[in-house]
Design a protein around this ligand. Structure first.
Ligand SMILES: Cc1cc2nc3c(=O)[nH]c(=O)nc-3n(C[C@H](O)[C@H](O)[C@H](O)COP(=O)(O)OP(=O)(O)OC[C@H]3O[C@@H](n4cnc5c(N)ncnc54)[C@H](O)[C@@H]3O)c2cc1C
Length: 446
């Protein structure tokens, strides 16, 4: 009997360094390559709907188009469904006699729940999941997941004691061939997409990033063909522009670029141009990302909990007016307004900008950090569940920060990182300065 496989793409939208896809390529006779845009998905374990912001949606669309193009070189095609994977897979299993299911491991609790439900429902099928989003596999870590260190510094020290050159494997090649598609005719998913997101056709203006593994590869090669990596540590706190930091995050987030591919290119750059503090610091930042992935695997639902991994809840609350002003860039803080307008317009914000807006959200506006994290989940083209929620927890003082909470002095930060007020001017941060509340504590208009 023919073996029919189904590969559920998620945050691994690429052909290379994709262990589960390589496995599928060798095990089955026919294959369905599936991606589900699940609009019914409710946000990260609590209230907020997880709709995609326009930039994030655009980036995803381009990534899927590129994946579809790459699959077509193998005589394959991408099947995109606008429904929950549970519904789509149930239908495909019945219609095509699917016997094997494949996907990459995902740290998100929603994605894990889907996979677990499938395993429980379809006990007669074979299930395979591989790691493709992280540098390491759990068995390569120098501790068990339960013993993941409580701070990044401890994690890094333990990881760096290992023989990293031999442990970090080279990225896997793309499969030489893929099994033929089990599903030949399916509605053009681009049409379904337009129906689902009619507003996508609106003009968003020039995007900073183009989605897809091809664009990701081009960006990676372009970055290391210049000498930017040699001064990364000095420039990385910039607020505006493409060159002060690597900008690998959008492609890393949806897996159109693999972290091991970046490390391979970084090593080659170091051999060619010399290693220094800056080239090391790129690896150091990738370890931060790695830490948050394992942190997410360890803490699961606690990643979205108000009290995080700590034992006490913050004293913050939810004030709709303040939230609205923060998200639109209408606060009393020009630097915050500029950052939020940049985020809303481009779908990207510098690391420094993210720290400032998160600190303002929690400490100046007294808002429940989860609403800020959920807002970034919608807007960021590089949204990554573990990095986003882990960083927010860290800044809200309920995460992996041994120092408690981090409150940034916004005036000082603006003086250091925007001394000539250029960033604030470019994003019109001052034009929208507003008092924090339109009512005082007794609800009198101010
Ligand atoms: C509140 C907040 C929310 C964040 N949300 C996300 C998110 O959803 N997705 C995301 O990828 N990053 C997130 N970050 C981390 C960081 O801001 C971005 O990874 C970085 O700005 C991306 O730009 P870059 O690729 O040029 O980074 P670079 O400075 O060039 O760093 C190289 C890579 O290292 C990793 N990295 C760097 N800093 C961090 C960090 N603090 N935590 C985790 N990984 C890091 C990223 O993969 C990045 O691409 C968040 C940070 C904060 C403070």
């Amino acid at each position: 009997m023919q073996k029919v496989g189904l590969f559920l793409f998620n945050h691994d939208l690429r052909m290379d360094d994709n262990a589960a896809l390589l496995l599928a390529a060798t095990e089955v006779d026919k294959l369905i390559c599936l991606y589900c845009v699940d609009n019914s998905k409710v946000g990260p374990g609590w209230q907020q709907p997880a709709t995609l912001g326009p930039r994030r949606r655009e980036f995803l669309f381009q990534s899927l188009q590129d994946l579809d193009r790459q699959l077509s070189h193998y005589g394959q095609k991408l099947v995109v469904r606008m429904e929950s994977p549970l519904e789509a897979i149930a239908q495909l299993i019945t219609a095509h006699n699917v016997s094997h299911l494949y996907s990459s491991q995902h740290v998100g609790t929603y994605e894990q729940r889907i996979w677990n439900t499938l395993q429980k429902r379809y006990t007669m099928l074979e299930f395979s999941q591989c790691y493709s989003h992280t540098i390491f596999e759990p068995s390569q870590l120098p501790f068990s997941l339960e013993q993941l260190p409580g701070s990044f510094s401890k994690f890094r020290r333990l990881v760096e004691k290992m023989d990293l050159d031999s442990i970090i494997s080279a990225p896997l090649d793309a499969p030489a061939t893929l099994p033929a598609p089990a599903l030949v005719a399916d509605m053009a998913w681009q049409t379904l997409w337009q129906d689902q997101f009619p507003e996508s056709s609106g003009n968003l203006g020039q995007a900073l990033f183009k989605g897809g593994a091809s664009a990701g590869e081009q960006h990676l090669k372009g970055y290391f063909s210049r000498d930017l990596a040699s001064s990364y540590k000095q420039t990385r706190n910039g607020l505006d522009g493409m060159d002060y930091s690597t900008k690998f995050s959008p492609w890393l987030a949806n897996g159109t670029l693999s972290p091991r591919r970046i490390i391979q290119q970084l090593k080659q750059y170091e051999t060619r141009a010399g290693a220094n503090d800056s080239t090391y610091w790129i690896f150091f930042e990738l370890l931060w990302r790695e830490y948050f992935q394992w942190y997410g695997y360890k803490y699961q639902q606690q990643l979205y909990a108000f009290s995080g991994i700590s034992h006490s809840s913050p004293t913050t609350s939810f004030y709709p007016e303040r939230f609205k002003k923060w998200s639109a860039g209408n606060t009393p803080y020009a630097i915050i307004n500029a950052c939020m307008k940049q985020l809303n317009s481009t779908g990207y914000l510098s690391n420094r900008g993210r720290q400032l807006v998160a600190s303002c959200f929690v400490h100046e506006l007294g808002l429940d950090w989860r609403h800020g994290a959920a807002y970034m989940e919608q807007q960021l083209v590089d949204f990554d569940v573990a990095s986003n929620w882990g960083n927010w927890q860290y800044l809200a003082g309920v995460g992996a920060d041994p120092r408690g909470h981090r409150r940034f002095d916004l005036r000082k930060q603006a003086q250091i990182y925007d001394p000539d007020n250029q960033f604030v001017q470019r994003w019109a941060g001052e034009q929208t300065l507003q008092p924090l509340d339109s009512m005082d504590a007794a609800d009198w208009p101010i």
